[in-house]
Design a protein. Structure first.
Length: 300
């Protein structure tokens, strides 16, 4: 099982689009995939479920918010598996044995960050707190249970921050993937994000030793929303595509072009763009190639 956190400090960079489509393409290849929505905006959740259905059927009992509530309670933490959903429209289009599941988010998940920080004695996540390891390991421990052993890939859509909920995702992950637009603001925080991950790994392992430590690997940057002029990206995009050379970070060879028609209507259909029938074949091909490169990098 491969667990990957998808994160960028900048919002609006295609983070949720990459998570949904990467997961859907992997499932279309016969893999069992779980998507976890840890962004309070719940965009990944609403990519598969209409807001009205979320409100009526999921919001009060079947989201990750309720599970995190049990993490903060005095009783033993509840099992995470009962919160797993199987979106029917997407799964109906999957061939063979593939499966795409989801753990939904909640708009009030932002409050959980405050509660988790308070449980550690403040927003600085005090390393001396007896709650440091169990709170940081909560998601990792939940995913390590037998109920999740059948998944090939778990993708975690993180919020554009590095607060406690995001930190639980990083601790649970073997890999980190960063979508970015080819512009100044989207690439600005890439190096800072890497330094924050390194800081968390160092702090966690110092407290955890001699127990299990963590070492999430940085898969690289996936450039999204590329605008083309003819057969090549526009010159402004090409300049920022080269910016990561100075940061010495790995970059996926495959990029994803901008297509507002396909990606915009995919949310309305509650289907990832890669599964939409008779859609733009260039975009779908790029998403398929991204999945191939992702598999090659996670198996390395």
């Amino acid at each position: 099982m491969s667990i990957t956190s998808v994160i960028n400090y900048k919002g609006g960079v295609g983070k949720t689009t990459i998570t949904a489509n990467l997961g859907a393409e992997l499932a279309a290849r016969g893999r069992r995939v779980l998507l976890i929505d840890l962004d309070p905006q719940a965009s990944l959740t609403f990519s598969f479920y209409p807001a009205a259905q979320w409100e009526a059927e999921l919001a009060y009992e079947r989201t990750v918010l309720q599970w995190f509530g049990s993490v903060l309670a005095d009783e033993p933490t509840a099992a995470l598996h009962p919160y797993v959903l199987t979106p029917e429209p997407a799964n109906a289009l999957l061939p063979g044995a593939g499966r795409l599941d989801l753990i939904a988010s909640h708009l009030q998940l932002v409050d959980v960050d405050l509660d988790l920080a308070a449980a550690l004695g403040g927003s600085r996540f005090q390393h001396g707190s007896p709650h440091f390891l169990p709170l940081h390991r909560a998601l990792a421990d939940a995913l390590a249970t037998e109920a999740f052993a059948g998944y090939d890939d778990i993708l975690i859509d993180c919020a554009p921050n590095f607060t406690m909920v995001t930190r639980t995702a990083i601790v649970a992950s073997e890999h980190i993937l960063t979508p970015a637009k080819p512009d100044y603001l989207s690439t600005l925080g890439i190096d800072y994000l890497r330094s924050k991950v390194s800081e968390l790994v160092s702090d966690f392992n110092r407290v955890a030793t001699p127990g299990p430590t963590i070492d999430p690997q940085y898969l690289g940057v996936v450039f999204t929303m590329i605008q083309y002029a003819g057969s090549a990206p526009i010159s402004a995009s090409r300049n920022y595509l080269r910016l990561t050379d100075n940061l010495e970070v790995p970059v996926f060879r495959q990029t994803i072009r901008e297509n507002k028609t396909l990606f915009g209507t995919a949310g309305e259909r509650h289907l990832p763009a890669v599964l939409v029938p008779n859609a733009n074949d260039k975009v779908q091909y790029e998403l398929q190639q991204l999945a191939s490169e992702f598999l090659a990098r996670t198996r390395a």
